[in-house]
Write a protein that binds this ligand. Sequence first.
Ligand code: PEP
Length: 248
Amino acid sequence: MARRKIVAGNWKMNMTPTQAVELVNTLKPLVKTNDVDVIFCVPAIDIIPAMEAAKGSNINIGAENMYFEDSGAYTGEISPLMLVDAGVKYVIIGHSERREYFGETDEIVNKKVLKAFEHNLTPIVCCGESLTQREQGVTFDLIRQQIKIAFQNVSAEQAQTAVIAYEPIWAIGTGKVATTSQAQEVCAAIRVLISEIYDQTTALAVRIQYGGSVTADTAADLFSQPDIDGGLVGGASLKPDFGKIVNH
Ligand code: PEP
């Protein structure tokens, strides 16, 4: 069965609630399609107004992060129960910015992935190497470690519904896109790894995105690769160009 393409925007720490509504209204007609799952992952405070603005459209409003407990004394964190109650279905887990600035380890990523599945949220699990790691020749070892730990105790049935985003850190927000063959090579390796951890059925079902400075000019070529099922898009998801990326 062919995998359905999935293109997600990551707004990062941009857009006030008022601006969020304006952006959803601007993009709504531009991202219209029946062929691609379209997700806008937005700051927590924007989720409810963006959800209201997206009503009746094909846009899914997702989250950029969540905590791995349901409730309690975790000041400032967002619970999966809050996301579910707001109507969220997708949540980015382990983005490189969370790993770099907020100390998220592979073990924390795994706890969050398990928690997301417990609440029927689809995690968009991020992995990716730094420029130094690529130059040291450890890209594949690193990705294997990140994915193996992220998926500890995740069942094959759950893994089949997951989204994995391969995002080389050196390509995020830098304007430096991985070449199509670099992106395909790592996404293919991730699929092989999933077949090793689980089985071929799971490997063929899991959706793998590329992320890192994707633009309207590069999307079509990247997303046509056999193991790339769409993209996770930062900067360009805040612009009308996102429509062209979705409809690549
Ligand atoms: C991201 O935030 O996941 C991302 C890929 O950002 P950008 O597209 O701006 O590189």
